[in-house]
Write a protein that binds this ligand. Structure first.
Ligand SMILES: CC(C)(COP(=O)(O)OP(=O)(O)OC[C@H]1O[C@@H](n2cnc3c(N)ncnc32)[C@H](O)[C@@H]1OP(=O)(O)O)[C@@H](O)C(=O)NCCC(=O)NCCS
Length: 156
């Protein structure tokens, strides 16, 4: 079911606790099948990512459904492509509350992020996604992202 009432706005400092809370609960979705991981380490890694994003120029988008926060997207502007040095907008993370998933909230966040990236005059919108994260991969495939590189890992 598509939610007619999902709105997306720019986030502020008072949204950071929501971002941390939802992100902590969602972070394990990005653990690949190749790795074994402690939940506490995965949460810590997410907290470090949020600190990294918030200490630089960034965009936080907050999606609301029925006036309640339902999802977020964090995007940075100062992470150029490491191969070409092309300036780009880079999505650090996005997550949606489990009870409103599959109703278009992430797509609304992604579309708004793309609008901001275009408005900033950037030629690319980039992100990394875990191979095993089928929901996220389907989201990005559906939004016309192309797979550019693969990170390869061999468990030893
Ligand atoms: C990935 C995630 C953000 C998607 O959020 P969402 O609001 O449910 O996504 P949407 O409803 O906007 O879905 C848009 C499209 O993505 C695809 N998609 C989303 N979830 C999917 C799923 N579980 N299975 C298959 N396709 C899925 C579909 O093509 C969907 O369009 P459709 O519903 O018309 O078929 C959400 O599942 C989530 O928060 N996961 C945990 C955190 C995470 O993995 N973040 C991504 C890190 S890279």
């Amino acid at each position: 079911m598509k939610l007619a009432g999902a709105t997306v706005r720019r986030g502020g400092a008072d949204d950071r606790a929501f971002v941390l809370d939802l992100g902590r609960r969602s972070a394990s979705s990005s653990v690949s099948a190749v790795r074994t991981a402690d939940e506490a380490d995965v949460v810590l890694a997410f907290e470090r990512l949020v600190a990294f994003v918030y200490e630089r120029e960034h965009l936080a988008l907050i999606a609301e459904v029925d006036g309640r926060r339902a999802g977020f997207l964090l995007m940075m502007y100062d992470i150029p492509d490491e191969v070409t040095l092309a300036e780009q907008a880079f999505i650090a993370y996005t997550a949606v509350e489990p009870e409103v998933r599959r109703s278009g909230v992430a797509r609304a966040l992604l579309d708004e992020a793309e609008r901001y990236a275009r408005a900033a005059g950037l030629g690319y919108l980039s992100l990394m996604v875990t191979e095993d994260n089928a929901a996220a991969r389907a989201l990005y495939d559906g939004a016309a992202f192309a797979t550019e590189r693969r990170m390869m890992t061999k468990p030893l």
